[in-house]
Design a protein around this ligand. Structure first.
Ligand SMILES: Cc1cc2nc3c(=O)[nH]c(=O)nc-3n(C[C@H](O)[C@H](O)[C@H](O)COP(=O)(O)OP(=O)(O)OC[C@H]3O[C@@H](n4cnc5c(N)ncnc54)[C@H](O)[C@@H]3O)c2cc1C
Length: 414
């Protein structure tokens, strides 16, 4: 006989585990499946912005975040072709700092909270398909584990399978960015309490991209780079080539002089910006990367995955309360997500898509360099704390950017 659950969640990354945690806390019998065994690695920058840290702390992991082997950052340092912008972390509910925590550990911790709350976990189990009644209602899902086919009954499924192919048909949007990272030990000469972001000419001549150095508290650092797929198409280059050239940036090269690489370099793909994906259907909700919840400018997604999971769990609960698993009811999930995040996603998406390459933004970076208020707003646009169009509130910085652009043109620069 098939096991029966109130909710089945596919994928036990931060999005799926948060969904399962909140659903279990709300009293739903929750199944959580993942095709991998945990702890498992997930290629990532390992940065937890303050809003993401709030989500982690909300699940009872605040003390764990403060353990000294994690990095703790209080500022951003942004290096562009013509400017250096340094700014404190915007104040948030979690306080004026964020963290750098290895995903292998973070995801296992979050998952531990889900199972402690009562979620039934099946690892090494790949979800294959939704099962629907002749009328189209979701009645369960089919999975495989060790060559065996498993069937679970449930009226509602949350897909949190990241870039996996579970509920792909017509729901997911195409990936539009790729990123690569490696751990290093022993970087020297950098402020360990800052997140270092490099907007290099190399990564921003054919599209958009940036490199990063995020420090842990144990002497290691996560060094990575990501570019839009448009950059790859236009330049004919591959991600490894962009990454290798990033490692040659003079500032980074100096920091890495005596450092040693640890573990393999890993790459992964992303869909940045919430547009193009469908996040609900009858008996189905999409959470985290599966629902295109990655920030359109920064590529940050852990906090948004957890936030969308928290919201999806409350809508799964609501659906059970009303005995209504229709698309119409579950559209409430989408409505609330948009209300919370659409402004920053629309404006960020528009900026990244309308500006053919980020080098065109250099006059703005330069203009923000010495204007603290404009600089703060620019960084908040990056961290997801404000929509990027908030820069319109700084007409003097925009005016200065315009003058710099005009002068550059006159002098044949850029
Ligand atoms: C290189 C890189 C750097 C990044 N840096 C940052 C950063 O610094 N900060 C940040 O916040 N975000 C960052 N992101 C984005 C972040 O990694 C994602 O947004 C985040 O992992 C989303 O979590 P998720 O739970 O939606 O998906 P995932 O973490 O991808 O989890 C999906 C899970 O689903 C499972 N799965 C897939 N298919 C199936 C199936 N059919 N059946 C069962 N299980 C399945 C997988 O095994 C996996 O465990 C980065 C991304 C990349 C690629």
């Amino acid at each position: 006989m098939a096991e029966r659950y109130d909710l089945a969640v596919v994928g036990a990354g931060p999005g799926g585990a948060a969904t399962a945690y909140y659903a279990s806390k709300a009293g739903l019998r929750t199944l959580l499946l993942d095709r991998q065994e945990f702890p498992r690695d997930k290629p990532c920058g390992d940065g937890l912005m303050p809003h993401a840290a709030s989500e982690v702390a909300l699940m009872g992991l605040g003390d764990w975040l403060d353990e000294p082997h994690h990095g703790r950052f209080t500022s951003f340092s942004m290096y562009t072709e013509t400017a250096y912008l340094r700014q404190g972390v915007p104040p948030t509910l979690h306080g004026p700092h964020g963290y750098v925590a290895a995903r292998e550990e973070t995801d296992a911790r979050i998952l531990g909270r889900a199972t402690a709350a009562g979620a039934a976990l099946h690892t090494n189990t790949r979800a294959m398909d939704l099962v629907r009644s002749t009328s189209g209602a979701v009645t369960g899902l089919e999975a495989t584990s060790n060559g065996e086919t498993l069937r679970f009954e449930t009226p509602i499924v949350v897909a949190a399978d990241g870039v996996g192919g579970f509920a792909g048909n017509g729901m997911k949007a195409h990936q539009n960015a790729v990123a690569r990272r490696q751990y290093f030990r022993g970087l020297e000469g950098l402020d360990q309490e800052s997140l270092h972001i490099f907007i290099t000419p190399d990564m921003n001549s054919d599209g958009a991209g940036y490199g990063w150095v995020f420090c842990f508290g144990d002497g290691r650092a996560n060094v990575g780079a990501g570019v839009s797929t448009r950059s790859l198409q236009r330049s004919g280059r591959n991600l490894k080539d962009y990454y290798d050239r990033f490692l040659e940036e003079p500032q980074l090269k100096a920091w890495l002089r005596n450092a040693e690489a640890e573990g393999p370099v890993k790459s992964w793909s992303l869909k940045m910006g919430m547009w193009g994906a469908k996040r609900y259907a009858r008996g189905l909700m999409m959470v985290g990367d599966a629902g295109s919840m990655v920030h359109p400018i920064s590529g940050e997604g852990v906090g948004y995955a957890m936030e969308s999971g928290r919201l999806a769990a409350t809508w799964a609960h609501e659906a059970h309360e009303r005995r209504d698993f229709s698309a119409s009811l579950l559209s409430g999930y989408e409505r609330q997500l948009r209300k919370k995040r659409a402004r920053e996603h629309i404006s960020g998406h528009a900026m990244v898509n309308l500006v053919p390459n980020l080098r065109m933004m250099e006059p703005l970076f330069k203009a923000c360099e010495k204007d603290e208020n404009a600089r703060r707003t620019l960084i908040e646009g990056f961290t997801g704390d404000a929509p990027i169009y908030s820069l319109l509130k700084h007409p003097s910085a925009l005016g200065r950017a315009l003058r710099i652009a005009v002068n550059q043109r006159r002098n044949g620069v850029g």
